[in-house]
Design a protein around this ligand. Structure first.
Ligand code: 2U9
Length: 350
């Protein structure tokens, strides 16, 4: 082996091998490179085999140089492998990335019907005043719907509350009052009775902008000892303030209902013009929202309460009318037609 030639060959081989190595891009060519420069038949291996032919001094020097070269190539190879592993991981990450920031498929979330919301709002107000909320059957008996509420068979009020009959005795209730009679009977002898009854009621009416054959009511009843008209007025005043704002005022006008005596129609200051007079209140400054009165002695007696020992007040209102006033709805039928163009207007209201 020629030492002079070896002195030139070692650096030549180093530069050639390292230059090649840095241009390699995949594992297969990298492996081929390792076989060529570090394998059993590589130039380095040949040189190692021939070291024995050299003089001891030359052998030591050449041995160190070849060994150093092999170490350089080996660590360059390891480093290139590591780089390639990293590139491979980066490529995989890039290719297999899931973009979890994409928005999901939106689910249509519905919202409450304006009537449901008014009902809930009314219920909340009375619950805060200590009323219980009770619901009752829509199919009632003539006795509970009329007779016990002081409306006998020949009473003219039956004309105004004509309804749908299922038989001589069974009918669709015309108001929620029959349930209050049932509550009084169930509660007796416990007092006070203090309930509101929300629910659907029926009348044999032609449907138009302000009438519907099926609509809703919320009726209230308080029975105790010493209940007076002032209790009725105070309760309804609190209700009006809670529903329409703290400056609200109520006014009672004399009226007639068979089941209350005395009876009153209850007005609030026009929520549209605040009492100035406008189209909504027909220039009166007041809007009727409730009927009310002191429970008729005959009704107390029919439910088993002596009118001499007990008294009570009752009231009734139509949530449709309240929703129409509050939201400016001009035709009651819009509330029953399930037209989403109408209903969607109530999705954002609080
Ligand atoms: C019992 C005794 C008395 C309930 C009452 C009214 C007056 C009233 C109407 C308002 C508009 C019905 O929804 S509406 O069409 N209601 O004017 N309701 S007093 O009186 C009762 C209830 C139960 C045991």
């Amino acid at each position: 082996m020629d030492m002079d030639k070896l002195q030139r060959d070692i650096p030549d081989l180093r530069s050639k091998a390292l230059a090649e190595l840095s241009s390699l891009e995949d594992r297969r060519t990298l492996d081929a490179w390792r076989v060529e420069y570090l394998g059993k038949k590589s130039e380095i291996a040949q040189w190692m085999k021939m070291l024995g032919n050299l003089s001891p001094d030359d052998r030591r020097m050449a041995g160190q140089q070849i060994h150093a070269l092999r170490q350089t190539l080996e660590s360059a190879f390891t480093e290139r492998m590591r780089e390639m592993d990293e590139l491979e991981i980066e490529r995989k990450l890039r290719e297999e990335t899931l973009d979890i920031t994409l928005p999901g498929t939106p689910q249509a979330i519905g919202h409450l019907h304006p009537i449901t919301r008014i009902l809930m709002e009314i219920e909340d107000i009375f619950v805060k005043m200590g009323f219980a909320v009770v619901e009752g059957p829509e199919v009632e008996t003539d006795a509970y719907n009329f007779e016990m509420l002081n409306v006998p068979k020949d009473h003219p009020a039956r004309d105004m509350q004509d309804t749908f009959y299922l038989s001589e005795e069974l009918l669709l209730r015309t108001h929620t009052s029959p349930m209050q009679v049932r509550v009084m009977e169930q509660m007796r002898p416990n007092i006070p009775v203090k309930v509101i009854v929300p629910g659907r009621v029926y009348r044999r009416d032609e449907d138009d902008a302000t009438h519907s054959h099926a609509f809703h009511q919320v009726e209230g009843l308080v029975v105790d000892q010493n209940i007076r008209m002032s209790d009725l007025k105070g309760t309804l005043e609190e209700f009006a303030k809670a529903l329409f704002g703290p400056e609200q005022a109520v006014r009672l006008r004399p009226s007639f209902f068979p089941f209350t005596e005395p009876s009153a129609e209850v007005d609030v200051r026009c929520i549209h013009c605040k009492g100035q007079g406008c189209r909504v209140c027909k220039q009166t400054g007041w809007i009727e929202i409730l009927g009310a009165g002191m429970v008729h002695p005959n009704v107390l007696a029919a439910a088993g309460y002596s009118p001499d020992a007990y008294s009570g007040f009752a009231f009734g209102m139509g949530p449709e009318r309240i929703a129409m006033l509050k939201y400016g709805i001009s035709d009651i039928r819009l509330l029953y037609q399930n037209d989403l163009r109408f209903l969607r207007q109530f999705s954002q209201l609080r």
